[in-house]
Design a protein around this ligand. Sequence first.
Ligand SMILES: Nc1ncnc2c1ncn2[C@@H]1O[C@H](COP(=O)(O)OP(=O)(O)O)[C@@H](O)[C@H]1O
Ligand SMILES: [Mg+2]
Length: 322
Amino acid sequence: MSNTLLEVKNVVKIFRYGLFGFEFRAVDEVSLSLEDKPFIFTVAGESGSGKTTLARIILGVHVPEYGEVLYRGRDIHRLKGEDLVWFRKEVQAVFQDPYATFNPLKKVYSYLYETAKNVARINESEIENHIEEVLKRVGLSLEKVKGKYPSEFSGGELQRVSIARALITKPRLILADEPVSMLDASLRVTIVNLFKEFRDDLKISFIYITHDLSTAYYISDYVAIMYRGWVVEQGPVDKVFIEPLHPYTQTLLLSAPVPDPRWKEKWLKAIKLTATIEEKEFLARGCKYVARCPHAMKKCFEQVPPEFTVNGVKVKCWLYER
Ligand SMILES: Nc1ncnc2c1ncn2[C@@H]1O[C@H](COP(=O)(O)OP(=O)(O)O)[C@@H](O)[C@H]1O
Ligand SMILES: [Mg+2]
């Protein structure tokens, strides 16, 4: 267990809707195993695929109906008291909308101060120095931040403040849920570059949640592709993005600009997207992707595919059964 930082084991999160309690699995038997060395692990997928729900499960906000999340071998949904404080120091979060993260009526500095005092439990006399240090790390300064309200910052600056806030506790892992999707494209790279820098210099690992495949490709070591609550493919980013195995990953990469076009020609010929009928996907007993998949076989309609391992990549698709 010592060489695993985070283990997500067969996690299921069910939401119920309507009078008849229609059950919907926003996260459906997801398993991930993240090793204990600095990494950037991207979770990519379309909106609604379950990325935020998965993040909330990992942060302990949502309790899964099935499965468990182990952080350094400990079930995070059972932590109490001091152990919970320990977990909150170790695992920090950065969210999509910095203007929603900060109360508009509260000075931004007070968030940094409170995190330093209550979560990191830094001595009163050292708090300001420590805050100055983390602000420098993200390219800001104490003078620029102190005394100001959220509305006095640009979106990019405010997102830097929330990253600085996450650094205060000296975390081992930061979960960043769409941290750059509300920023201009030109700013995105400068922000995600910070993650790379912190991985290398501060030995912090990141779970980077995004639907932006170009930043994902640029900064990640590993990637998991989500589709309707499933992780359909996961592995080293160079493998998954250069030679995607799952038909869904192939389609996703075709529809997005990624820097390396090597895979593209090959798959352009192979893929012809079938019409989408969402109900079909919900009614299907087998693969959730069957109604859209150009390679669907009889078996795909009948049985949920397990994860097959192909050349270091795990892929949830019957095409790879041997
Ligand atoms: N608290 C909730 N109650 C009911 N349904 C939810 C809740 N949170 C998310 N969902 C549903 O779960 C699915 C996955 O949502 P989410 O995890 O936010 O996806 P993503 O972050 O990939 O866009 C969506 O269909 C969403 O409507
Ligand atoms: Mg989301």
